[in-house]
Design a protein around this ligand. Structure first.
Ligand code: SF4
Length: 369
C-alpha cells in the first residue's frame, strides 16, 4: 500500500469511528447470509426503505435452508414493494444452489460468489469484506460517486473504460487492516455526506484532497449517463370485479409466467391493446369496454422502456376462473379471485399494487362500483 492510500483509508476510518453507522440490522449477528440479503436489498434502494423489509424477510427466512426451500411466491411476497423483482428471483435461485450444491454455505472467495445468480463483483466483495473482513475493494453506486469526485474522474461510470479506472483506484486505496470497517465507511460516506445533490463537504474527511470540492465542481461528478430516449409501450389492464350483491370485493387476478417482465408476479389480465382486451372479454365474459368502464391511465417506467397503462374496470356475473377460458397471459395457469378486504398472499407488480391501493381506498370510502 502506498502513502496516499494509507492517508485516504485512515481519514475514512477516522471519520467512521466517530460518525459511521454501526447499528444497522445486518451489522448485528453478522454472517455471510445476513450480509448477502442486505446487499441485494440495498441495490438501488435506500437504507431506511430496506430496514423494515429486512426484518420481515429475516424472520421468514432466517437462513439459507429456509430461503432455499420456500416457494417462490412466498419469497416474492416478502419482496413485494421493494421493486426490481429479478433481485428476489435470482437470490432465491442462488439460495437453492448454495443449499443443494454447496452444503448450505456461501462461498468465501470472490469468483465462486460471482458465479451465483444475481451476485456481481461489488456485491461479492462486500459480502467477503463485511462478513470475513477480507481485503476486497467494493464499487457500489455510493463509492463510485465518492471516487469520481475525489479524483475528478471524467466520463460516465457505466462506460467500461471509466469503470476499469474506478476499480483500479478502489483497489489501490483499500487498506490491509480493518477492511470491513473501511467498506462500511465508504458506503456510509457516500450515503450520508457525499450525497448526489448538496454534498456536505464542510464536514467531509476527504475535503482537503477532493478535486471536485477544490474546484467547486461537485455537481459535475460523476458525469451523467448520456441521455437516451426510452422506447414507449402500451398495455390495457382489466380490473374485473364480481358482480354479486353479496360480494363486490373480489377481483380477478392471474399469475405471470416465471420469466420476463413481472415474472412470477400476480397481475390483472393484461393485453397489448383495447381490441385484444375487447376480444377476450367478448369470448370469455360477454362484456363491453366503453367510456364508462375506463378507470384510469398512468405510466410506469422500467429501466429500458416506458409503459403506458390504460385500466378498465368492469363487473361480471360469469366467473372466468370457473369457465374454460383462453388465458390473457400465455403459459400461465394460475388465476384467482382476490378478496380485496384481505392481504394479498403473493408478489404484486408495482402498478398492480398501485391500482389495488386505489380500489381499496375507494371501497373504504364507499365510492367503488
Ligand atoms: S469533499 Fe465533498 S464532494 Fe468531495 S468526497 Fe467529500 S463530500 Fe464528496
Amino acid at each position: 500500500m502506498n502513502a496516499k492510500s494509507v492517508t485516504f483509508a485512515e481519514k475514512v476510518l477516522g471519520w467512521f469511528d466517530e460518525h459511521g453507522r454501526k447499528d444497522l440490522p445486518w451489522q448485528q449477528d453478522i454472517n455471510p447470509y445476513r450480509v448477502w440479503i442486505s446487499e441485494i436489498m440495498l441495490q438501488q434502494t435506500q437504507v431506511k426503505t430496506v430496514i423494515p423489509y429486512y426484518h420481515k424477510f429475516m424472520s421468514a427466512f432466517p437462513d439459507i435452508k429456509s430461503l432455499a426451500t420456500a416457494p417462490q411466491d412466498e419469497v416474492l411476497k416478502h419482496w413485494s414493494g421493494l421493486g426490481y423483482y429479478a433481485r428476489a428471483r435470482n437470490m432465491h435461485k442462488a439460495a437453492k444452489i448454495i443449499y443443494t450444491e454447496l452444503a448450505g454455505k456461501l462461498p468465501n472467495n470472490l469468483q465462486e460468489l460471482q458465479d451465483l445468480p444475481g451476485i456481481g463483483r461489488s456485491t461479492a466483495a462486500a459480502i467477503l469484506s463485511l462478513s470475513h473482513n477480507q481485503k476486497q475493494p467494493i464499487l457500489d453506486g455510493n463509492v463510485k460517486r465518492v471516487l469520481c469526485r475525489v479524483f475528478a474522474v471524467q466520463g460516465w461510470p457505466g462506460q467500461s473504460g471509466v469503470l476499469k479506472k474506478l476499480w483500479s483506484i478502489a483497489e489501490e486505496l483499500v487498506p490491509d487492516n480493518r477492511n470491513a470497517d473501511y467498506t462500511q465507511a465508504m458506503m456510509d460516506l457516500g450515503a450520508t455526506l457525499c450525497t448526489r445533490s448538496n454534498p456536505s463537504c464542510q464536514v467531509c474527511p476527504l475535503r482537503a484532497d477532493c478535486l471536485a470540492h477544490i474546484q467547486g465542481e461537485q455537481s459535475t461528478f460523476p458525469q451523467r449517463k448520456p441521455k437516451k430516449v426510452l422506447p414507449e409501450r402500451h398495455t390495457v389492464m382489466l380490473l374485473i370485479q364480481k358482480n354479486d350483491s353479496q360480494d363486490t370485493s373480489h377481483i380477478f387476478m392471474e399469475k405471470r409466467p416465471p420469466v420476463g417482465i413481472w415474472g412470477g408476479l400476480w397481475c390483472f389480465p393484461q393485453f397489448e391493446n383495447i381490441t385484444a382486451a375487447q376480444e377476450w372479454l367478448t369470448i370469455n365474459v360477454g362484456a363491453e369496454l366503453n367510456d364508462a368502464t375506463s378507470y384510469t391511465r398512468f405510466s410506469h417506467t422500467f429501466s429500458h422502456f416506458k409503459l403506458h397503462i390504460e385500466a378498465h374496470k368492469i363487473s361480471v356475473l360469469k366467473i372466468p376462473c370457473e369457465t374454460p377460458i383462453k388465458l390473457a397471459v400465455a403459459e400461465s395457469s394460475d388465476r384467482l379471485w382476490y378478496n380485496t378486504e384481505t392481504n394479498f398472499e403473493g408478489g404484486l407488480a408495482a402498478p398492480v399494487q398501485q391500482l389495488l391501493n386505489r380500489l381499496k381506498k375507494e371501497q373504504s370510502n364507499g365510492t367503488n362500483g
